[in-house]
Design a protein around this ligand. Structure first.
Ligand code: ACK
Length: 222
């Protein structure tokens, strides 16, 4: 009944400890700042600005996210399909409130979003919904053929008018291209890692050293 539904949150996820939020935000800002200055980026600027002449300041372009997290299940207070089942999963109950360490293995930028890819461990995959990738199929047709956990990400920023749900879809799109065998264009070895361009404004920085982020598995209501 409606009373029960009230206890299901907007979403479950891993929430970054405040100490690491700052570090991740700084790394992402540094990356955007550097990307902005690269000739290769300027060459493809039209993907972002819509007009060749227009300059883009990436730090202004993306609206920063207040509370960094990696969504496991979007429940919409029980209205989303499978949310009641998810809330009752033994692993969800067992690990609720527990601390984990997430590995942020890449940063990616598209004209819509900027985010960090999260590489989940076997244990962390116990909290991952079976249909997270499949649910993306209407937007990313190849999504269902990608491994479980492929969608795991931290949204770092969204362009004006873009909802954060887009970040995971943008990541899936890049991973689908990789799986199809598209190597992308290796643009530069940066201090942070190697930068690859996948066309249509899609950039991926594979981090030389993944960022280890202490997180708490919990939920968000308001
Ligand atoms: O950045 P995110 O992962 O994208 O974190 C937010 C969070 O839930 C609160 O809005 C994510 N989100 C929103 N709608 C969906 C959806 N339909 N499927 C999966 N995640 C979603 C959003």
């Amino acid at each position: 009944g409606p009373l029960e539904e009230m206890h299901i949150p907007l979403f479950f996820g891993w929430f970054l400890h405040s100490s690491v939020q700052h570090k991740v935000k700084c790394t992402s800002m540094d990356f955007l700042k550097t990307l902005d200055t690269l000739e290769a980026f300027k060459k493809h600027m039209v993907d972002f600005a819509g007009k060749v002449e227009k300059e883009v300041d990436l730090e202004q372009y993306f609206k920063a996210q207040p509370k960094l997290h990696c969504t496991t299940k979007f429940c919409d207070y029980g209205k989303a399909e499978g949310s009641k089942e998810y809330a009752q999963k033994p692993a969800v109950k067992e690990f609720y409130g527990s601390t984990f360490e997430l590995s942020l293995s890449a940063l990616f930028v598209t004209p819509r979003t900027v985010g960090a890819r999260v590489s989940l461990t076997e244990e962390q995959l116990l909290l991952w919904p079976d249909d997270a990738e499949k649910e993306a199929e209407p937007t990313v047709p190849a999504a269902a053929s990608l491994p479980l956990g492929s969608r795991a990400h931290v949204t770092l920023g969204c362009a004006e008018g873009i909802e954060p749900v887009q970040t995971g879809l943008d990541l899936l799109e890049i991973l689908a291209l990789q799986k199809e065998g598209q190597k992308g264009e290796l643009v530069e070895e940066m201090e942070l890692g190697s930068l690859t361009y996948y066309g249509e404004g899609r950039w991926l920085l594979a981090l030389r050293e993944p960022i280890c982020a202490p997180v708490c598995f919990s939920s968000h209501y308001s």
